[in-house]
Ligand binder design. Structure first.
Ligand code: GLA
Length: 396
């Protein structure tokens, strides 16, 4: 990370400390930071027990927290303004009444983490006050909600002295998503936030949570990853995601294996019913592309990596059917503007696309994407570059 990024993080932490004391009338017990993620390649492989290749980005949620064991009601507030109400997100929930589905909306992830930690360790979690500030755009498909959840999970684990490690915390935050919120997501996003190291992508085995850190020296190589946040808000609990997951589970059952991660490479998929075949094909081909991407990174072959990104997008668009017109336009425009490769990233159905560029091509690519969206009469997308940053940690 550059010095200015570190300074701005220090500045954010200081501002958050002040706001915390002002809002709650007492200082925070501590401040924790957890990053969002970009998935380089390996989409929809985590719940198929595959290998995934995300990295933590240099954008994060910062959370200040104070335990208030004398109370049974937690109070959580964010600097984020909910566009639906025009108000800062602010909620309270009773700790002795936490139950799946009992808290909805913005605070559900925070309540869910407290609930899942309690369920997993068997020890009650005291009430708390928390203030969150994040520069991971909400709904961008860059794991903005996981960043907030992970920051709270780390904070609560440390403040309560829970006997859990980072892999346990990944499972706990997944449990919050799956069982409390009702979003049937995999384990990639929280693991990327918890287990990444700066300057690296993380090759994560989603069955065992074993990791290997693969160098991702973007700056040194003179290449950049540009994010196009289409501002089509994406959600993982509205049916499309679950339908893909169910299709994979059904294919695995018909092929006589536990998950599509267990299907040998080159397996003939022609026996699968027609509506399942393209989805299973995406999973098998994407598995192979992860290996290609790792080989390319090890060899410094950025053009080869770009090619794999392009293929991944085609597969997500045509076989897995999770892209949308805005993501497709972002990807095509970046490809025409000189990208080495481009693809949607994250679950799809909106959110963000990424493009891999040589440094010099970034300005023209930004102009081209803005013009293409203006021409289509869509909201102006958010454009920014990202670097592989460090995983979640305590700031103060
Ligand atoms: C979302 C989920 C992840 C993963 C991706 C798709 O980000 O939270 O678990 O399934 O979609 O790769």
């Amino acid at each position: 990370m550059t010095e200015s990024q570190e300074l701005s993080e220090h500045g954010r932490a200081t501002a958050l400390s002040h706001s915390f004391s002002e809002f709650f009338g007492a200082p925070a017990d501590g401040l924790w930071r957890a990053p969002g993620r970009v998935n380089l390649i390996s989409e929809h492989l985590d719940y198929n027990n595959g290998l995934v290749l995300p990295f933590a980005i240099n954008r994060s949620a910062v959370l200040g927290i104070r335990l208030i064991p004398e109370s049974n009601t937690s109070e959580v507030v964010s600097t984020w303004v909910d566009p639906a109400t025009g108000n800062q997100a602010h909620d309270t929930f009773r700790m002795d009444r936490l139950a799946p589905g009992g808290v909805t909306g913005w605070a559900s992830g925070l309540a869910g983490v407290a609930w899942a930690l309690q369920q997993t360790t068997g020890a009650p979690v005291p009430a708390f006050q928390a203030l969150v500030d994040s520069n991971v755009p909400v709904g961008s498909g860059l794991s903005s909600s996981h960043a907030v959840e992970v920051s709270l999970a780390l904070a609560l684990a440390e403040l309560t002295g829970a006997d859990v490690d980072r892999r346990d915390l990944a499972r706990i935050t997944q449990r919050a998503e799956n069982d409390f919120i009702g979003a049937p997501t995999g384990i990639m996003d929280q693991s990327a936030s918890l287990l990444s190291t700066a300057g690296h992508a993380i090759l994560l085995n989603c069955r065992t949570l074993e990791t290997e850190h693969i160098p991702l020296p973007l700056e040194q190589a003179g290449v950049r990853l540009m994010v196009v946040d289409t501002r089509v808000a994406h959600r993982n609990n509205d049916g499309g995601y679950a339908a893909r997951r169910n299709a994979c589970e059904e294919s695995a059952r018909l092929l006589g294996v536990e998950t599509l991660g267990d299907v040998p490479t080159g397996t003939d998929l022609s026996e699968l019913p027609e509506h399942l075949r393209p989805k299973a094909r995406h999973v098998l081909n994407e598995r192979a592309r992860v290996q290609t991407a790792v080989n390319c990174l090890r060899a410094g072959d950025w053009a080869g990596l770009g090619h794999a990104l392009n293929e991944s997008h085609e597969s997500l668009r045509d076989d897995y059917n999770v892209s949308c017109p805005e993501l497709d336009l972002a990807v095509e425009t970046m490809q025409k503007a000189g990208a080495l490769g481009a693809r949607m990233t994250g679950a799809g159905f909106g959110g963000s696309a990424i493009g891999l560029f040589c440094d010099a091509d970034i300005p023209q690519a930004k102009t081209a994407v803005k013009e293409a969206f203006a021409h289509a009469k869509w909201v102006e997308p958010r454009l920014f570059t990202v670097l592989p940053g460090p995983g979640a940690d305590r700031l103060r």
